[in-house]
Design a protein around this ligand. Structure first.
Ligand SMILES: [Zn+2]
Length: 409
């Protein structure tokens, strides 16, 4: 595997500036294109899975995190409060408290459950400066997050569906978990709530893992302070493990935030909160994708999906027209003109781009392109419109292979 920091620099994906500060990377156009493709895919997938998207502020009053318990159990990882007009505002360490408030913004009926609220939102961690680097140790991150508010007997099914969604996304991204971990509480006083409730949640999550047919292992001392969770672990370039995805069944926050809904009999009931993140933060997810693919992203994620290569200056207008049509179909396309080097040199410098459309004299005259795939395969000349439509349809299908319609097997 590759080091995402080195490749990120070489491929112009992201960077940092001492004036912005350590652990606060910015995204360059190529990196932003990868992240945007990932975000669009996740939003659409979540929408189809019955999630509703919300936005909530990245700041909240200190009292909010006192209520959630983060202020007493997680304060070392939080930024100090900003005083303004006699109030203390804090950069949020997690999204959960905001979503709990959205849930209780009005009365809820059992008919609305499960209520799945999703947000791609900012959260902040006061990491010490010595450990910061690349996209994996950062002080600000955008989390692919969701909270499912449901009845107690819906919770296992919702957790199982979230785990299935995680596995579907990993297949589309071409990544594999290092292992599935059931993270339990350990010794020490940092865990809150009734031990019986912890056991109930742990048994439920173990059942979800078993039902999904996965090998998993339990790890003590890795739980959140308020409950156990399933962590999907991935390995980085130096074989260090990190958590990318999580599914958590939480009986604690609904009590802290006094959440309820009206049951079929008219009685007030307490919902369960299922916290889940499919790919974790955009920062960590893209870092892992860079390392896993060495910059040769699946076609739907690639910063440039198509490079158009006129053989000689005379084919420049035809190449520009093909690139324009590709852009119109939603593809990220660019022309590499002869003034940037010989054809072979241009092909080599575009070696990470999934598709290269070569246009010589004959192709220009016939409205065709000769497509070369990143893996070295060459397709016979095809009508340009058919090739572009095929590539666009393949990219929209979120696959990890390359489009090769009409080509040799
Ligand atoms: Zn949460």
């Amino acid at each position: 595997m590759h080091d995402h920091r080195k490749l990120g620099r070489e491929l112009g994906l992201f960077g940092t500036d001492p004036l912005i500060g350590a652990g606060l990377p910015y995204w360059l156009p190529a990196g932003a294109a990868v992240r945007h493709a990932l975000e669009e895919y996740l939003r659409e997938l979540e929408r189809r899975a019955g999630y509703q998207h919300v936005y909530s502020p990245v700041l909240g009053k200190r009292e909010l995190y006192e209520m959630s318990g983060h202020w007493s159990h997680y304060r070392d990882d939080m930024y100090p409060p900003m005083e303004l007009g006699g109030e203390h505002l804090v950069l949020r360490p997690v999204l959960c408290p905001h979503h709990a408030l959205l849930y209780r913004s009005r009365g809820r009926s059992y008919r609305e459950l499960p209520l799945r609220l999703a947000e791609l939102g900012g959260q902040y961690r006061a990491e010490r400066s010595g450990v910061l680097g690349g996209l994996t140790r950062v002080r600000a991150m955008q989390l692919n997050d969701a909270h499912i508010f449901c009845s107690a007997d819906q919770a296992a099914g919702e957790a199982r569906a979230a785990l299935a969604l995680i596995r579907q996304v990993y297949a589309a991204l071409g990544i594999e978990p290092a292992r599935y971990r059931l993270s339990l509480r350990g010794p020490g006083g940092k865990y809150v709530g009734d031990p019986g409730i912890w056991d109930q949640a742990a048994v439920m999550l173990a059942g979800v893992l078993d039902d999904s047919g996965l090998d998993w292992e339990a790890a003590e001392g890795e739980a959140a302070f308020y409950g156990p969770k399933i962590d999907v672990q991935v390995a980085d370039a130096s074989e260090r493990e990190a958590t990318l995805s999580t599914v958590q069944v939480d009986f604690y926050q609904p009590v802290r935030f006094v959440l309820h809904y009206t049951g079929p009999d008219g009685a007030s009931r307490r919902p369960v909160m299922v916290h889940r993140s499919i790919v974790g933060s955009m920062e960590r997810a893209v870092a892992h994708l860079i390392e896993r693919h060495g910059g040769a992203f699946p076609d739907w994620l690639a910063p440039e999906q198509l490079v158009v290569l006129p053989v000689a200056d005379a084919q420049d207008p035809a190449a520009a027209a093909v690139a324009r049509r590709a852009t119109g179909l939603g593809l990220r396309a660019r022309v590499a003109s002869p003034d940037s080097g010989t054809l072979n040199r241009r092909i080599r410098s575009s070696r990470l781009v999934p598709y290269q459309a070569v246009i010589g004299e004959r192709e220009a005259a016939g409205g065709q392109v000769a497509v070369r795939l990143r893996d070295g395969r060459r397709l016979p000349p095809l009508p340009a419109d058919a090739a572009l439509a095929g590539i666009a349809a393949h990219a929209a299908a979120h696959r990890t292979d390359l489009w090769a319609a009409g080509g040799p097997p």
